[in-house]
Structures are given as structure tokens and as C-alpha cells.
Ligand binder design. Sequence first.
Ligand code: PRP
Length: 208
Amino acid sequence: MDTVFQSNHPLVKHKLTKLRDKSTKPKKFRELIREIAMLLAYEATADLGLHDTQVETPMGAAPGALLQEKIGLVPILRAGLGMVDGVWEMMPSAEVWHIGLYRDEKTLRPVEYYNKLPVDPTVQVCLVLDPMLATGGSASATVGILKKWGTQRIKFVGIIAAPEGIHVLHKAHPDVPIHVAAVDSHLNEIGFIVPGLGDAGDRQFGTG
Ligand code: PRP
């Protein structure tokens, strides 16, 4: 699928291995989520639009280029929260818009509980941040919310995806590129990615 980008970066692979490790404690886990998110967002933003400009250096004029689109970072609560800071550091003018969804344990369908988007869109490009793309329900619902809001361009940045989740998100939103560190084997009967890393929310927030 030419809209799925699995990072090949050695730093991503190294950090992902540490992240998966069941002996990794929440403090280290949060650090790794932050760092991997940064690296993936760097790759995911390689095609952002620029406009030409000039800048005065102490030695004279130099040609320059500045970002032309307003970026929105959209973490899906809770687990997406840990991906915000690292990405935000690289693009401090981005706006952050939170979307609250949880998966109903029985149906595995996303249930929306937080959305304070204003009526009119304020950004042109949105990076949806969520470490896990499992059934794809949460990501698809979030992209749907952002499209309805009027966002022109949306990218999904996750850490681990199941093939099932990729299929669902791609089918619902074929225009949305999917950037991840890894595509794993499958989902188990309770909707967890295998081998995955367990529950990304619980492991970040120490609630497992
Ligand atoms: C997890 C994960 C995603 C979602 C993925 O969140 O962080 O948001 O499940 O599953 P899906 O692709 O099947 O929709 P969870 O519902 O556990 O909530 P939490 O982040 O608040 O713990």
C-alpha cells in the first residue's frame, strides 16, 4: 500500500525494541514514546509546503524558506498525549487539538468523550497522534471528525499498527498517509496488537 510508511530508521528500530520490552518502566516508556514520535513526525512532514523568502544574516541577504501551512497536532486521548511534546518541540507554532476517544471493551468501537474543536478550521495540515492503530476505529473516527471540521490534509502518525487497523483506516480514508514504526502480525481476540507492546496508555501513565 503506497500510503503506508514504515520507518526504516535505525534509531526508530532501536527505540521501538526498548519500548516493546515488558521490563521497561513508565518513565523510560514515556521517554521512548516522545523520541520515537519525534523521529516519525520528522519523516511524516518531509512534504510540507514552503514559501520562498529572504533572510538577513550578519553578512547580508540569504535565500530562505518558511513553512506555508498551519499545522495542527491532534493527539487521541489518552495514549496519544505522550507523542505531543517531542513533535511540538520541532514545530512550536503548531496548534494542539485534543480528541478524546476510548474503545468500548465489548464492541471495540470508539466512543467520543472530548472534542472542543471550534466551528471553523484553524489549521491546514493535521497530524493525528496515537501510538496504537489496532482495529483502526479510533483513528478513522478522528480523521472523520477532522474532515468534517474542514481540515485539508491529514496524516496519521502512530508507533505500532496491526494490518487490520491499516486496512480499516485506509478503506475509510484512502487519502490519509499512515506513518508508523512497525506493522505487527495481527490483533488478538480482545483487540490487542500482537506482539505489540501491551496497553500504551497504561504503560505511559502507570495505570496497568
Ligand atoms: C487505545 C489506543 C488507541 C486505541 C486503538 O486507546 O491508544 O487510541 O486504543 O484502538 P483501535 O484502533 O482499535 O480504535 P484506549 O481505548 O485503550 O484508551 P486510552 O488511550 O485512553 O487508554
